[in-house]
Design a binder for this molecule. Sequence first.
Ligand code: A3P
Length: 296
Amino acid sequence: GKVTLYNYQGTWCNRMFLEGVNSAQQSFKARPSDVFLCSHPKSGTTWLKAIVFAIITRQKFDEFNTPLLTTMPHDCIPSLEKNIEQILENRHNNSCVTPIATHLPYNLLPESIRASNCKIVYIYRNVKDVIVSFYHFLCGIHNVPIEDAPFEETFDEFCRGISGFGPYWDHISGFAKASLERPGIILLLKYEDMKKDPTSNVKRLAEFIGYPFTPQEEKQGVIESIINMTSFENLSNLEVNKNGLQKVERLIMPENRLYFRKGKVGDWENHFTDEMNEKIDKLIDEKLGHTGLVLK
Ligand code: A3P
């Protein structure tokens, strides 16, 4: 059936995640060693998870034996709204850095996270490409051929703020605002920047989460090998990401392949009419101009 979104304190939330969000807010206690990977869906979450996992496990695994070869990135790093039970369970036997992902907007993060000095990485992406990615994802999960799904409908809803964990406008401005108020705590990473210059962004990310590369590692090409291993080309061609399913108890998750579509910058040009483009540019200026972020 169609995904039903509920308005949960101003955020559009898939019914399936309401319980997880609730129990995260009630029982999740942030620990100083936690790192949070935050994003609005379709902004590069899967990619960020893969990179962070590769960074923190690089002493143990290389490109030939990393679990990423056989495990979907979402099964490597848990999410607050999907895997809260697993997260709470893991915390007992584990004291190293635990990355935890979430699509929750900043204002809905459990209070203990916002009150902590835990590092938060926020990945964001050009609004237009997020809409296109979201549209294809919706077609995929509802099993509707592209020809039968008007792009304009998804476009209009998205503009009105309706998307899982949206409004996107509030999501991105919430983290942008928090990053100004809390310097050093929130790292904003942009999908397009990571595509253009992966080396310096992966370096920055590793430093930020407390896993800086040594000069020797840099000389040995460790950064490049992480970039190659987590590239769209590599991950999207792995059997697990082509034909696998996420291992999430009780929840029915989309097929893994739906998280790997095209992995390109600028696919919006193949979907937007001039009219849509004008409308969205105006909205971006109006809703996000104050953030100073470039989102077109
Ligand atoms: P497209 O639909 O534009 O291809 P999320 O992980 O937040 O759900 O975002 C999914 C988007 O990230 C999809 O965009 C997907 O193809 C892209 N993506 C997935 N893995 C990627 C990777 N390793 N490198 C770059 N983009 C990736």
